[in-house]
Design a protein around this ligand. Sequence first.
Ligand code: MN
Length: 296
Amino acid sequence: MATATKGTKSIKGIERIVAPPPVHWVGDGFRVHGFLPRGPLNAERMSPFFLLDYNSKHIFPPSTNLLGVGPHPHRGFETVTIAYHGKVAHHDSMGGGGVIGEGDVQWMTAGGGILHKEYHEEKFNHEGGLFQMVQLWVNLPAKYKMTDPRYQAITNAEMGRFELPEGGVIEVIAGDIDGIGGPASTFSPVHLYNVKPKKGEETTLRFPASYTTSILAIDGSSSINGLQLPADHLAVFEDDGEEIEIRADEDSVLLVMSGEPLNEPIAQYGPFLMNTNAEIAQAIDDYQQGKFGYLE
Ligand code: MN
C-alpha cells in the first residue's frame, strides 16, 4: 500500500537525475527520448520496468501520410501508453483496435504475442498539433509471460483521484494511494500515478524501500527530496528509504512509477522480453512462422 500521509519514515535517496537523452524516431510518428533501458539503468536495475520512451512536447505539422510505426510483434511484457497531448490509434492482427484520447492510457498485455501498428489518430494526423506521450514497458512475471493478450483502455475520468489540499490532484492509473485505487489490473505490484500539484503545492508519497521508483517530469519544474527536477527530466531513486517529498515550482505534471522488482532472469531481443535465450529463439521462430498473425 502506498500512502501520501506525512510521516517520520526515512527519505528515499535520489540515485540520479537524468537529462532527456538524444531524440530518436520510432517509425515516423514518435519522436522519443529513450530514457530506459540506458547504461546502468538496465532491465535488472529497473525491474519490473524495462523501456521508457518519452515523446516530449512536439508540434507535428498537418500530414496526409499516416504517421506512426508499422506492424511489429511483442511478447512477454505489457506496454503502457499515456497520451498527454494528441491522440494515438492502434490496431492488431486479431482485429482489435482503438484510440487513446488525450489524458487517457492504454495498458496492453502482449503476453504470449501480439502483432500491431501504432500511429497518430487520423483526424489529429490530418490537422497536426501538439503531441506529447509516454510509452512504458512493464515486464511480466515468468508465469504470466504467455498469458492471453488483452487491452485495458483507461480514460482519464476512470482514474482514481486523490485530491491534494491546495487544488492539485493525484490521478491513480495503477496501484493505490491512501486507499484510492487505480483501474489498471497488473500482474505484479505496480503504482503508476500522474501527480499534478499546483504551483507551490507540497505532497509526500511513500513506497516500500525495495520498489524500483522513478519520476518523469512531464510538465513543470519541481523540487524532489530537495533536488531540482526540471521538466522532461527523470529522477531515479535509490532502493532505500520510503518517502518522496515533492514541492512544485509551478503547476506541474509528474509521472510516478514504482514497482516491486521481479527478481527473475531477463532475456531480451528487440520486442521480445523473456527469461531465457531459448524462449527468445522460440519467439523469433513463432513470429517467422506467422503465429503472431498477419497485419499490413
Ligand atoms: Mn508496439
